[in-house]
Design a binder for this molecule. Sequence first.
Ligand code: DQA
Length: 156
Amino acid sequence: MNETVAKKWRILVINGPNLNLLGQRETGIYGALTLADIETACRRKADTLGIAIDFFQSNHEGALVERIQAAAGVHDWIVINPAAYTHTSVAIRDALLAVNIPTIEVHLSNIHRREPFRHHSYVSDIAVGVIAGLGAEGYLYALEAGAQRLASKAGP
Ligand code: DQA
């Protein structure tokens, strides 16, 4: 193997409940893109950034916790849209703390312009950053930010 080839950083993109319904679910709020469209856009962006990504969605809190746990030692960064679990899940927060992988929280909608129960996130204060309200582009900005920080970590 050529030692001069830069390490391919690996980012895990995680999506919580009901995001499998994007494209048909409350399109006035979440837009017309499907989760498959977002995955395609993320994979394209990852290619241009020279990073590897894995893309995961589940409607189940335990499955999300297990996916986060399995990222330890495998993924260098996490981009997560915990969806409704943002506002309820101590378990997802604890899993992120346990693996201690830098994380960016993403929301398609601006949760701070919505119902008061969406204003609190169990993830925001342990995340490196939060992107909300920019639609699917938020995922791409998060990948860029992660890749940029990983690259500068690897630099001289
Ligand atoms: C969401 C916002 C959450 O409040 C909501 O429960 C979702 C999606 C977003 O991406 O805007 O399912 O995370």
